[in-house]
Design a binder for this molecule. Structure first.
Ligand code: ADP
Ligand code: NI
Length: 218
């Protein structure tokens, strides 16, 4: 099977699995990350095939949706074997997928290849800006979390269980993760895109607090 066909097969596989995912990790998230990753790969001279495949498959075995905290990628591995991908590409893609996630900042998610850096940047860009805001509240809602509680300050997470099970409110997620992402971008191309999206989140938070504290202004 040639590489273009593998990519097409992968798109169908992922679309079928994530089309109606309800926590912000639906097929359109994958498609946006895929397009961003492809764009950044071209600017940064990364191997487009590895980048495209990893972007498409990066949320298939997500730790947030499994009962354990390990980085098992069984579903992805079985799929890659089913399309007879070469061993070298297999290893590169799996390595990226197993290490890409932020996981509350409690594990090391450093990427050591340009392909990993590109996919991680693309995934992180889709977590900030207007779309990032929409996704954060969708994720919070899917976990029955409230929008905001002024008495509950951001948490400095120490373990994956804490990240996964905390009954946090979603505004805290901006301080625990989203506002940090701008400075964690790997590539210059992504840093540039992140700047505007970051500013939009800051403006959003300012407006949010100003509406929240309505009475104090009048
Ligand atoms: P990662 O695995 O690095 O967290 P994903 O792309 O799988 O990246 O998912 C991140 C998305 O889920 C982001 O849009 C993020 O805002 C959202 N998300 C994750 N945890 C929370 C949370 N505790 N509150 C709100 N949104 C969250
Ligand atoms: Ni993702």
């Amino acid at each position: 099977m040639n590489k273009d066909l593998m990519i097409e097969k992968t798109k169908l596989f992922v679309k079928d699995k994530l089309e109606y995912e309800g926590s912000g990790h639906d097929w359109f998230h994958i498609e946006r990350v895929y397009k961003l990753a492809k764009y950044i790969a071209q600017k940064e001279n990364a191997d487009s095939f590895i980048v495209e495949m990893s972007a498409l498959l990066h949320d298939i075995d997500d730790w947030k949706f499994s009962n354990t905290n390990d980085t098992k990628t069984t579903v992805t591995e079985n799929f890659l074997k089913s399309i007879n991908i070469d061993n070298e590409s297999f290893k590169k893609i799996i390595k990226i997928i197993q290490t890409i996630s932020f996981k509350g900042g409690v594990v090391d998610s450093t990427q050591h290849t340009i392909e990993g850096k590109v996919v991680q940047d693309a995934d992180r860009l889709d977590a900030i800006g207007a779309i990032g805001i929409a996704r954060a509240f969708t994720y919070g809602g899917s976990k029955s979390r409230i929008i905001y509680d002024p008495n509950l300050k951001p948490i400095d997470f120490k373990s994956l269980n804490e990240v996964k099970n905390s009954q946090n409110h979603t505004i805290n997620h901006f301080y625990e993760k989203l506002l940090k992402l701008k400075d964690l971008m790997n590539t210059n191309t992504a840093k540039e895109i992140a700047r505007k999206r970051h500013k939009f989140m800051e403006d959003f938070l300012n407006e949010f607090y100003s509406e929240w504290n309505f009475n104090e202004q009048y």
